[in-house]
Design a protein around this ligand. Structure first.
Ligand code: 4AD
Length: 465
């Protein structure tokens, strides 16, 4: 045997060929003293391996050794591919490997959670329980406490490949549109979003914060004549909210660009970027999406080739007409965002849309008011399935006015003085947006909790593993 074969590429074409594979012993089963079955899993693919006592290759002692392997141990197997006459149930591959040699590379200790149980859908769990199977429902905390094992389920293997693809498409699309990538500091002097949700720290005797967003520095880079930029990086929020969609650390996909005439230039980019992203995910991550849907069933996202843009006032009107009273100059709460999402789906047939021209009072200090009515602003949020994934806006680029706006929003201007000063030497009109990566994946896949799409989630109660 000269080279390794991946479990996923074991097919009929390799019948009678010798192969060398490495994977985890997912299940081990002995049949009498002369035979043992091991299902070997590698990157989500599984194959049944059979060890049968044979004069030259497999001894009884070896069968006994195999039967005593622990689940999830990493093993190397040399064997011959065979095609059984009956369909094999419970493995992804339709061939078997007749074991000649087996080495245990890394032995697994007794597992705190059963990975097959952790991989079942709610419907499968109900069925199994009704059939009298013994099975432990693995709850979210247990999963996260044992995240390394939890990550081995097919759904999680899918989720994090999808997440990677979202980042890839974001980067590729923006580069093709003339943007380039920056890396802004995460240790900064003041709060960048003007809120209270800031992690404070001591920076060599000076008070500092973990950046709540790249907001200030991506705008300063625009003042440095960078034109069109993006960043993919960590964002820290000392959120006290225990919700299904807030984390204390998440990955921000940020964009900032010069605007020639109107903030619709930014919304146009958002629309095209996300349609390209959804198209690509559906096309290139079909297997991953299927693996996620098998454990967490969901309907594919409905979106239009031309992204719908609605005015905030229109949204308020739609809610009113359906009998929901909302403050026309307040923010929409989560429940009303959801309701509006359903109304939009009904009326326009899309679960992805942009809502713009928000009331100025509910937006951060750096947001540009509308020139025709300063009670509104040149800003927008973007929704998937009725939940926010993006907020964006045109920014104030006049330093005196920016100072005024910061003061009006109760911000200590001293802490952001270098940011304000960046606009003193000529600053182009500009705008941009911030996307929450975990939210995009959660909502595209119709998942119910953002912790499912964060590798090692950080929330108010969790700093480990
Ligand atoms: O709405 P946010 O706070 O906007 C900003 O940070 C602006 N600087 C963006 C801009 O360029 N104007 O955050 C942007 C996105 C949200 O739409 C949401 O998807 C995500 O970041 N987000 C969170 N994701 C997980 N946990 C949290 N606590 C989040 N807070 C915001």
């Amino acid at each position: 045997v000269s080279h390794w074969t991946e479990v996923g590429s074991l097919t009929n074409a390799l019948e009678n060929r010798s192969v060398l594979i490495r994977g985890r012993a997912q299940t081990i089963r002995a049949v009498g003293k002369n035979m043992a079955f091991v299902v070997v899993r590698e990157r989500g693919f599984t194959v049944q391996c059979v060890a049968t006592v044979q004069p030259d290759t497999v001894s009884r002692q070896m069968v006994k050794y195999i039967a005593g392997l622990s689940r999830e141990s990493i093993i190397d197997i040399e064997g011959v591919v065979s095609v059984p006459s009956v369909e094999i149930k419970g493995t992804t591959q339709q061939v078997e490997v007749q074991v000649r040699k087996l080495y245990c590379v890394s032995k697994a200790a007794v597992l705190p959670i059963n990975i097959e149980d952790a991989a079942r859908s709610d419907v499968e769990i109900e069925k199994a329980l009704q059939a009298g199977e013994t099975l432990v429902r693995v709850n979210q905390d247990t999963r996260l406490n044992n995240r390394v094992l939890d990550l081995r389920t097919p759904a999680n293997q899918g989720i994090f490949r999808i997440q990677s693809q979202v980042g890839n498409i974001f980067r590729q699309f923006l580069i093709s549109e003339g943007f380039f990538e920056i890396h802004s500091p995460k240790l900064i002097a003041g709060s960048s979003e003007g809120g209270a949700a800031v992690f404070r720290l001591n920076y060599k005797g000076q008070e500092a914060c973990l950046a709540q967003s790249p907001q200030l520095h991506k705008q300063m880079a625009i003042c440095g004549d960078f034109g069109r930029i993006f960043e993919i990086g960590p964002v820290f929020r000392a959120e006290d909210s225990f919700t299904h969609r807030h984390l204390c650390e998440f990955t921000g996909l940020d964009v900032e660009m010069e605007i020639k005439r109107h903030y619709s230039e930014v919304m146009d980019l958002v629309g095209r970027l996300f349609v390209a992203m959804f198209d690509s995910l559906n096309k290139n991550c079909a297997k991953e999406l299927e693996a996620v849907a098998r454990q967490y069933p969901f309907q594919p996202l409905k979106y239009l080739p031309e992204t719908l843009c609605l005015k905030f006032e229109e949204g308020v009107q739609m809610l009113k007409e359906s009998g929901v009273e909302v403050d026309p100059f307040g923010d929409l709460n989560t429940e009303n965002e959801r309701k509006l999402g359903l109304l939009v789906l009904e009326k326009y047939g899309t679960e992805f849309y942009i809502l713009h021209r928000y009331p100025l009072a509910v937006r951060p200090f750096y947001t540009m008011p509308c020139h025709d009515n300063p009670a509104y602003s040149n800003s927008f949020d973007v929704f998937i399935r009725g939940e926010e994934i993006i907020s964006g806006a045109q920014r104030v680029h006049v330093p005196e006015f920016l100072t005024e706006r910061a003061q009006a929003c109760g911000i200590d201007v001293k802490t952001i003085q270098t940011y304000i000063d960046a606009f003193r030497y000529g600053a182009p009109p500009h705008g941009g947006f911030g996307v929450g990566l975990e939210r995009v994946v959660m909502l595209f896949c119709g998942l119910n909790n953002i912790r499912k799409t964060s590798l090692f989630p950080r929330d108010p109660l969790r700093l480990a593993p």
